[in-house]
Write a protein that binds this ligand. Structure first.
Ligand SMILES: C[S@@+](CC[C@H](N)C(=O)[O-])C[C@H]1O[C@@H](n2cnc3c(N)ncnc32)[C@H](O)[C@@H]1O
Length: 265
């Protein structure tokens, strides 16, 4: 690598950021130049290529493009994050979508909450990141991640690792069975062919610009049952965006049932 330039020029940054925007809607503003550089560094070192060569590679190679998106997206999440909104999961809820589920902590939390309340929906958990989806499917997490899980739910729905798995916890099969993990790009993919009672799309739209947010909300609205809820992140708002959902409280929106809308929850 020593002979290769480690500098990411403004032009290269613009090329990478427009690729990111077109692929997944994430807006990398100019202040993110250093962030992009540091997130690419490991991959460039491993491949022993320059930014210019890497850009060409990402353009032409679908697998590398997916790795690139993995590297630049922020996957931070934790169990029972902003779980106050789970209150909106109704007892007769049948279909839930966690629409940017990262490494799975969100859907497993939702599943544990549901089972504990006698609700047994099918949970669709989707993300653009294959690495995240692999972690989520394994359902194995470092022990520290249990700190945000309520004690009673931890005991009931998670198992402690032993032997070589000492220091890890795993979501029990009763939770794993409730969830279908699938790759899904909010920007480009066609929404699942079903109607959801509640959709969690949290802490992802914060990275999108207005037209992308509006397109994503429209996509989610289309598959929300009448009187269904859309839950967004605590730091997010639909204020000033085009949509036809009813504001309930911060981060909670409800589908307004049309008189002829027979699609129930
Ligand atoms: C910060 S995490 C949020 C995880 C979880 N929803 C939560 O609130 O804790 C954002 C996730 O959005 C995913 N993401 C980014 N762009 C996406 C897109 N266009 N389609 C689907 N997922 C996307 C990232 O891979 C990442 O896992």
């Amino acid at each position: 690598m020593s002979t290769l330039s480690k500098k990411l020029s403004d032009k290269q940054f613009r090329q990478f950021s427009s690729l990111v925007y077109n692929e997944c809607g994430i807006c990398l503003t100019h202040e993110k130049q250093e962030l992009l550089k540091s997130r690419l560094a490991k991959r460039l070192r491993l491949l022993n290529i320059s930014h210019k060569q890497y850009y060409t590679m990402v353009l032409n190679d679908k697998i590398e493009r997916s790795r690139f998106i993995d590297a630049i997206s922020t996957n931070h999440t934790y169990f029972f994050r902003e779980s106050r909104s789970f209150y909106y999961i109704s007892p007769d809820c049948k279909h839930i979508w966690c629409a940017a589920s990262s490494s799975g902590e969100e859907p497993y939390s939702v599943a544990a909450y549901c089972l504990n309340n006698g609700v047994k929906p099918l949970i669709w958990a989707t993300d653009i990141s294959e690495t995240c989806l692999e972690k989520a499917t394994r359902a194995i997490y470092p022990e520290q991640s249990q700190n945000s899980i309520p004690d009673d739910l931890l005991k009931k729905y998670f198992q402690k690792g032993i032997g070589r798995w000492n220091g890890y916890i795993r979501a029990k099969s009763c939770l794993r069975r409730m969830i279908r993990f699938k790759k899904f790009n909010l920007l480009k993919d066609v929404a699942p062919n079903r109607i959801f009672d509640i959709i969690f799309c949290r802490n992802v739209m914060i990275y999108f610009d207005t037209p992308t947010k509006e397109a994503v909300i429209q996509k989610l609205e289309n598959v929300l049952g009448s009187k269904g809820y859309l839950i967004i992140g605590g730091a997010e708002s639909l204020n000033g965006l085009k949509h036809s959902l009813k504001y309930i409280e911060p981060s909670v929106y409800k589908k307004i049932a049309r008189p002829d809308d027979s699609r129930s929850c």
